[in-house]
Ligand binder design. Structure first.
Ligand SMILES: *Cc1c(COP(=O)(O)O)cnc(C)c1O
Length: 361
């Protein structure tokens, strides 16, 4: 039933479907001890300093938080070597992506992105009444020349998730530099680095390699993945100060709550303490990829905390079978399955389950 005069952009939109919870899979299949490898979460809890800072902040939530998250901007600027005026804070990097849409995209505009990529991109595009222009992946990788060719005078944003979700493939800042050079200077290029911390540094750093030269490049990053704060919702954007000023206007008042700000600040101030866990996840990724390759799978080169199985039409069948074996993954029907790297035990459970399901390559 349609109550009130709902915008067609909303009635046409399917409800957002988050990754399935382990509890739901257990109920559906009558099993126990299911593991969730469906949402690219960090399997490790935040470090004690972060938990303590969040507990301390909880006693102050009768007051509004600092809307601008000033201390966090300063700490992130210092951490990554940019001015605090180049940093925006949002409710997850998804919140910042939505702010970029609110800042730049009107009905009838175009948004260009390689596809398949992050689910939120076409949803936000549709919400604005704009057109999402998909540039097909080639062998699971971005075709940046085709991206450049897809840009028209109606294009406002080019969205590039690198490493890409769900394929895990990355592009180098040299490749991005060539793309941005070829684009009109009034097209905003968003480099979505939600998985930056898992990336081989040889791919370069867009904050260092692109942002100083191109005012139309912004980089979004998050505390959700490598820093294990997915449930707290804090992301940041790095770009030209004038871009930050405009994007800031679209932040829902106090969207980044006091507990989240305190946790993010403690994480950034103790960033080095996360390195062992990040290295563990990367070496687990290497181990999982080696096991799968040894079993006959051909995988795209994942630079993130997940792997992608190109299963085509078998995707949903394999996904359900894995769930019956207690492993919850993220299917993209008729395309492939995204499997998050978890603890060594969780990864072993996945590898065993996939072996039992008996479908490879
Ligand atoms: C997980 C993810 C995000 C954002 O997550 P937040 O929790 O909103 O910071 C952004 N982009 C991509 C590609 C992701 O996979």
């Amino acid at each position: 039933m349609s109550i009130g005069r709902i915008r067609p952009a909303v009635t046409g939109l399917p409800p957002y479907r988050p990754g399935k919870a382990a509890e739901q899979a257990e109920a559906e299949h009558g099993i126990r001890d299911a593991v969730k490898l469906a949402s690219n979460e960090n399997p490790y809890q935040p470090i004690p300093e972060v938990v303590q800072a969040m507990q301390d902040a909880a006693t102050g939530v009768n007051r509004y938080a600092d809307h601008r998250a000033t201390a966090l901007r300063g700490a992130i600027g210092e951490w990554i070597g940019v001015s605090e005026h180049q940093v925006a804070i949002g409710c997850g990097s998804v919140g910042l992506l939505q702010q970029l849409f609110l800042t730049y995209v009107d009905a009838g505009d175009q948004v260009v992105s390689p596809w398949r990529s992050f689910e939120a991109y076409p949803i936000f595009t549709q919400l604005m009444g704009a057109e999402f222009v998909e540039v097909p992946l080639v062998a699971h990788r971005f075709d940046l020349e085709a991206v450049a060719d897809a840009v028209t005078p109606a294009t406002k944003l080019v969205l590039l998730a690198t490493p890409n979700n769900p394929t895990g493939t990355a592009v180098s800042t040299a490749e991005l530099h060539a793309l941005v050079t070829a684009l009109p200077a009034d097209v905003m290029v968003v480099v979505d680095e939600a998985y930056r911390e898992f990336l081989d540094p040889a791919f370069g750093d867009p904050v260092r390699d692109l942002v100083p030269e191109f005012a139309n490049v912004v980089v979004t990053r998050t505390l959700s993945k490598a820093f294990g704060l997915a449930g707290a919702r804090t992301g940041y954007l790095v770009g030209h100060p004038d871009v930050v000023t405009e994007v800031d206007k679209t932040l829902v008042p106090f969207a980044v709550n006091a507990v989240a700000q305190a946790g993010a600040l403690a994480a950034v101030c103790n960033a080095g303490a996360y390195e062992p866990a990040i290295e563990r996840l990367v070496s687990e990724r290497t181990r999982v990829v080696a096991a799968l390759t040894g079993a006959g799978w051909t995988l795209p080169d994942s630079q993130a905390n997940f792997v992608y199985l190109d299963l085509g039409e078998r995707t949903l069948d394999v996904c359900v079978e894995l769930e019956r074996h207690g492993v919850v993954t993220r299917p993209f029907a008729d395309e492939g399955l995204r499997v998050t790297i978890g603890t060594p035990e969780e990864n072993d459970k996945f590898l065993r389950a996939l072996g039992d399901v008996g479908s490879n390559g």
